[in-house]
Write a protein of this length. Structure first.
Length: 557
């Protein structure tokens, strides 16, 4: 914020000591305006503006100095209307007060009242205490002129002859104003007058970037793009050497504005340009530690943000393979700078949540290998997170990566040794192909159910295991039926005297035993079924077994 002129008509002194004596005097009942004024100044010097304001308000008939100090306090609080009112009253009481007139001009600039500021500058030129101050005011008047015709030939000449010291003072005042439109207008004109000035050009770009960031944060995407696009062109054509960080920031914000406006292709163009500029700057020789330069206060590396933006754009365009490449680079950056994270859990938390989201996203796209890869990243960040371990176990099971699933299962049991889920997962990871293996699986499932009665998770997982076992039981039933039908067909084609009845009876007794075993296994499954559809399928299978048992029994006698 620009500094107002604060004229205090007292000599500099030991303010803490003065404050103590002045407080005693006022508490004793003194209402002397000069004592109240001095006490207010002491409070002000001790950074106690509220008490200073109270003391100044107690002065019944304030003079120009009191009004000036009231205005200064209001200005520091950015209460521009109140500050302007106090400065205007002070200027009316003392028309020759340069501080009152200057502060009023400055306040009107902060309010965006250019005409009022120009009017005050015309008055200030006559009140300037020195030729140097008069020249500074003339320079400011020239910058505020709306058109070239409005500016006098002398002002044009002055703008072309600004010294480095004058330029720095103008910049200090301009960048402290609160109205971006005023700041930007003054800086544009200053840059035009000082086309080779690095300080002026940096201030001009910096002010535009701050305003663009505010527009982006307010979701005013088109306004941000309208501001940044000409700035990018001017930056690229300028003769002044400018820090590459400015160009990277402009391109990145242009990409954000385009992407949030749903123009993903144009956003990609800007993000790629920003990434290329970043890579060129990082690889080019130069002073200082560029790694430190591109680290945020939280420890996030700029390269990570750029890779994230590229990944998100490609993700929204459904270019999954390209997005995955950028996401992997993003995580590589985050994991590399974890020791620099502030607070310490910021980067790990960011990486974990991002990896978990991507695992879900790739799972929905049925890209199981990529989903497993991001789950592995999440597990590496939080090795004891039970939910991640469980998701990774199921992913490995689905991908038929049995050995890796068993490793995760061991880790699950270490994290929660007495959780029934661990034993249920042990059942799921088994390779079951034969009927006796299904029977052993159901026996172990019953044992877990008895150990953890009334546990909904056990019931749910048990139902899943039975559901997954149904295709095996149906396949075995079909195999058995095929064997029986083959024997029956052969018997029908042969005369009775040619049939080897002892062999037929042996086969049918063996098939009867197999069907009885299959029926018992199906009956065991019923104890764990919750779905009506699966229950109907099991009853159909049991009925089928009963018919086949009767058939085998009749042929085996």
């Amino acid at each position: 914020m620009s500094d107002v002129l604060s004229v205090i008509p007292v000599a500099e002194s030991d303010w803490p000591t003065a404050l103590r004596f002045l407080e005693q005097a006022v508490k004793a009942g003194s209402q002397d305006p000069h004592a109240l004024y001095l006490l207010a100044m002491a409070y002000k010097h001790q950074q106690r503006p509220a008490e200073a304001r109270q003391m100044l308000a107690r002065i019944v008939e304030p003079d120009a100095n009191v009004l000036l100090q009231r205005g200064v306090l209001a200005f520091n609080d950015k209460d521009w209307p109140a500050a302007a009112g106090e400065f205007e009253k002070a200027a009316q009481l003392d028309p020759a007060s340069y501080p009152a007139a200057y502060n009023l001009m400055l306040t009107r600039l902060c309010q965006g009242q250019l005409d009022g500021a120009i009017e005050m500058l015309d008055k200030l030129l006559a009140l300037a205490p020195s030729p140097a101050e008069n020249r500074f005011l003339s320079l400011l008047r020239g910058l505020l002129s709306r058109t070239g015709a409005e500016a006098s030939a002398e002002q044009v000449y002055l703008l072309g002859s600004i010294s480095d010291e004058e330029e720095q003072r103008l910049l200090d005042m301009i960048v402290g104003l609160s109205q971006f439109e005023v700041v930007y207008r003054l800086l544009v004109k200053l840059v035009s007058a000082r086309s080779t000035s690095q300080a002026a050009f940096h201030a001009y770009i910096g002010a535009a970037l701050v305003q663009a960031k505010l527009l982006v944060e307010r979701c005013q995407w088109s306004d941000a793009e309208l501001l940044l696009s000409p700035l990018k062109r001017r930056l690229e054509s300028s003769q002044v050497r400018v820090d590459s960080f400015y160009l990277i920031s402009i391109l990145n914000m242009l990409g954000v504005a385009a992407t949030m406006a749903q123009d993903f292709e144009r956003g990609l163009i800007h993000f790629r340009a920003a990434s290329n500029a970043f890579q060129r700057d990082f690889s080019s020789p130069g002073p200082g530690n560029k790694t430190e330069r591109y680290l945020s206060p939280q420890g996030v590396y700029l390269g990570a943000w750029l890779e994230q933006n590229l990944a998100l754009c490609n993700e929204w365009l459904n270019r999954m393979d390209v997005a995955e490449t950028h996401w992997n680079r993003y995580f590589d950056y985050l994991e590399h700078y974890v020791p620099r994270s502030l607070p310490p859990d910021y980067l790990p938390h960011l990486a974990f949540e991002s990896a978990s989201r991507l695992a879900d996203w790739f799972s929905r796209k049925e890209k199981w290998g990529s989903a497993a890869q991001f789950l592995q990243r999440a597990h590496r960040i939080r090795p004891t997170d039970y939910e991640t371990l469980e998701r990774l176990f199921h992913m490995y099971t689905q991908l038929k990566r049995t050995e890796e699933a068993r490793k995760i299962l061991r880790r699950l049991r270490e994290v929660r040794p007495n959780d029934p889920q661990g034993e249920l997962f042990e059942l799921e990871v088994r390779e079951v192909r034969k009927l006796n293996e299904v029977d052993a699986l159901l026996s172990d499932l019953r044992r877990v159910s008895q150990r953890f009665p009334n546990d909904s998770r056990v019931e749910e997982r048990g139902a899943t295991i039975v559901h997954n076992s149904m295709p095996i039981l149906e396949r075995i039933a079909d195999q058995y039926a095929g064997q029986v039908n083959k024997v029956v067909d052969q018997m029908r084609r042969l005369p009775s005297y040619q049939i080897n009845w002892p062999t037929v009876r042996d086969i049918m007794r063996d098939m009867e035993d197999k069907y009885l075993f299959l029926r018992r296994v199906a009956q065991k499954c019923l104890a764990h079924v919750t779905s009506d559809e699966v229950r109907r399928e099991l009853h159909r299978l049991i009925s089928h077994c009963d018919r086949k048992i009767d058939q085998c029994h009749s042929l085996g006698e």
